[in-house]
Design a protein around this ligand. Structure first.
Ligand SMILES: C[S@@+](CC[C@H](N)C(=O)[O-])C[C@H]1O[C@@H](n2cnc3c(N)ncnc32)[C@H](O)[C@@H]1O
Length: 300
């Protein structure tokens, strides 16, 4: 498929860097072809959880994962009835918002709204931010009331997560991977440093061990290691890339093919790049989706 689409406002609309769900129509067209009714759809880097939400709403059994405490809080807030078991807030003001995932997610989204994507968690907050948080508590509570539920949610480094699926014999129909890629010119995406490292250990301490997958010098090797692990747990692995990233699609494709990851299809989607590539350099932004056969394809 190679289409030109008009990006739409996503149903789950939050301040999350790299949110892809405005292209849901494109992902849905590709993924629904590979899924059976009630099948298992999993992600390695759920981010905003916008796609996960839409696929859970469609009736698939959805597994989310992301190393970021922000992303994990959103997943639990909108897709589960779970309450956090532990709270060990980084600063005193966070304690008031630590006992539900809805409140935690509202804090993260409000901080991004107030301070932008490259900011740290403040030691104190003012009344303006408190107001933003209370608005977002209402927003996430309303999303939760829609009753859309996921199958499982993880908050792990993606290597550990894929090993966990394998060791626990959790078999997936489609595994979708949207990495925290570096920019096309090789620079690190600082925004992901914030969502992963700065927004880690905010409400509780974790032993998360982060693979710095977005570093230009390691990204290709890490993609290949991830693909190897991903194939072992799924029927189809879907790898996403964007024209604004390194490796560029051309470089990524060479590395996939010479390492025997022969994608069976390459779908692309084009959109006007205003607000989409975050560089403001190109008129159009292109999303790529590579479909790779997993080892479980021929299993019943
Ligand atoms: C491109 S964003 C994903 C956006 C998502 N597809 C969406 O529509 O919102 C990449 C995500 O990868 C996460 N991430 C970065 N390094 C990771 C790692 N080693 N393991 C798991 N997640 C990681 C970041 O926290 C970020 O949420």
């Amino acid at each position: 498929m190679d289409i030109f689409i008009k990006a739409k406002k996503p149903e789950l609309d939050i301040e999350y860097y790299g949110q892809q769900s405005r292209f849901f129509e494109f992902f849905d067209a590709v993924i629904s072809d590979l899924m059976k009714e009630g099948g298992i759809y999993a992600e390695t880097n759920s981010g905003s959880n916008g796609n996960a939400y839409m696929f859970a709403k469609k009736g698939y059994k959805v597994i989310t994962n992301d190393i970021s405490e922000y992303s994990y809080s959103v997943a639990k807030a909108i897709l589960s009835d779970d309450k956090p078991l532990n709270i060990a807030p980084k600063y005193a003001w966070l304690k008031e918002y630590g006992d539900t995932y809805i409140k935690r997610a509202a804090v993260f989204a409000s901080l991004v709204d107030e301070y932008g994507y490259n900011s740290s968690v403040p030691e104190t907050i003012n009344e303006d931010i408190k107001e933003k948080i209370s608005q977002r508590i209402k927003y996430f509570s309303n999303m939760n009331k829609n009753g859309v539920r996921s199958y499982k949610n993880y908050n792990m480094d993606l290597f550990q997560y894929l090993d966990h699926l394998y060791e626990n014999k959790i078999k997936v129909d489609v595994l979708f991977m949207d990495f925290a890629w570096p920019w096309r010119d090789g620079k690190k995406t600082e925004e992901y440093e914030t969502t992963t490292n700065e927004y880690l250990n905010v409400f509780e301490e974790s032993n998360n061990n982060i693979t710095e997958i977005w570093d230009k010098d390691t990204v290709i090797d890490n993609v290949l290691i991830t693909l190897e692990k991903a194939k072992k747990v799924s029927k189809y692995v879907l790898l996403s890339n964007q024209s604004s990233n390194y490796p560029t699609p051309e470089i990524l494709e060479i590395n996939l093919l010479v390492n025997n990851f022969n994608y069976i299809k390459r779908h692309t989607m084009l959109v006007k790049s205003e607000y989409e590539d975050n560089l403001g350099k190109n008129e159009y932004f292109r999303e790529y989706l590579y479909v790779i056969k997993g080892d479980l394809l021929n299993e019943n």
